[in-house]
Design a protein around this ligand. Structure first.
Ligand SMILES: NC(=O)c1ccc[n+]([C@@H]2O[C@H](COP(=O)([O-])OP(=O)(O)OC[C@H]3O[C@@H](n4cnc5c(N)ncnc54)[C@H](OP(=O)(O)O)[C@@H]3O)[C@@H](O)[C@H]2O)c1
Length: 222
């Protein structure tokens, strides 16, 4: 993702101030004022075991930060508190595709249509490449949370598959004995996420608080 974002940023005329890689950045130690002074915004796509320390350093340095790293929801409130204490700016999205966020809206609508129809068994399936570290995907977990809010009495179990090169497919299915209704989103290349993350990085500077991609796409909550 880092490479995809950097390539697109250069194409759009942005200057890449610095690129930080894993070997020099144990515990976030490469994220220093000397290295980052002059950067308008940071984009963080790493791994679940690195992201929290990176975000803490970036927020401490007062750099508006966009992160797409998944698999660290358990530490989210700790990072959120730090952003508030420091009057910083953080935008986090488990999925930077505009299509996925519209898919979520359609999925909520589907749940409303099927509400109370117990003859249908509902499932969320997600499929990703075999090197993805976290399962279920952050997108599937977020979808599940939103759908449970829509119909609290219903279970929305997630099935995860890790195989091949799949960049991210999410499907909501309602299956009855003789028919199936499915709604799917398929990411066909990384550029879709890079474009969304970059749009978020253009939007965030000048704002204060913790934001989601939805806030950017559909307006901040009033
Ligand atoms: N929000 C979205 O739309 C979206 C889309 C795609 C992926 N993601 C998520 O974004 C994250 C990255 O995905 P990816 O596909 O790019 O994974 P990846 O191919 O495994 O790349 C992760 C990169 O992070 C580097 N890294 C690890 N620890 C680091 C540290 N402490 N400091 C600096 N760099 C560090 C790794 O360096 P080495 O190569 O040296 O190990 C590697 O280059 C994952 O959590 C993934 O689930 C989100």
């Amino acid at each position: 993702m880092g490479k995809a974002v950097a390539a697109l940023a250069a194409e759009r005329g942005h200057t890449i101030h610095t690129v930080v890689n894993r070997l020099e950045n144990t515990g976030g130690k490469a994220l220093t004022a000397e290295r980052l002074t002059g950067a308008d915004v940071a984009l963080e796509f790493t791994r679940p075991d690195a992201v929290v320390r990176n975000l803490e350093r970036l927020i401490d340095l007062g750099i508006p930060t966009v992160t797409g790293t998944t698999g660290w929801l358990g530490s989210f409130s700790q990072v959120q508190d730090l952003v508030r204490q420091r009057s910083g700016a953080l935008l986090h999205a488990v999925n930077f595709s505009v299509g996925v966020h519209l898919f979520f809206r359609a999925a909520r609508e589907l749940v409303r249509s099927f509400r109370g129809r117990s003859e249908f068994v509902v499932t969320i399936q997600e499929e990703h490449h075999k090197t993805k570290l976290d399962a279920p995907s952050g997108t599937a977990l977020l979808l599940q949370r939103e759908l449970v809010n829509e119909e609290p009495g219903r279970q929305f179990p997630i099935t995860s598959l890790r195989d091949g090169e799949t960049l991210g497919t999410h499907t909501l299915s309602y299956t009855a004995p003789h028919e199936t209704v499915t709604l799917s989103h398929v990411a066909r290349n990384r550029e879709v996420f890079a474009a969304g993350a970059l749009a978020a990085a253009e939007w965030l500077p000048g704002r204060t608080g913790v934001f989601t991609f939805d806030d950017m796409l559909f307006g901040e909550p009033g």
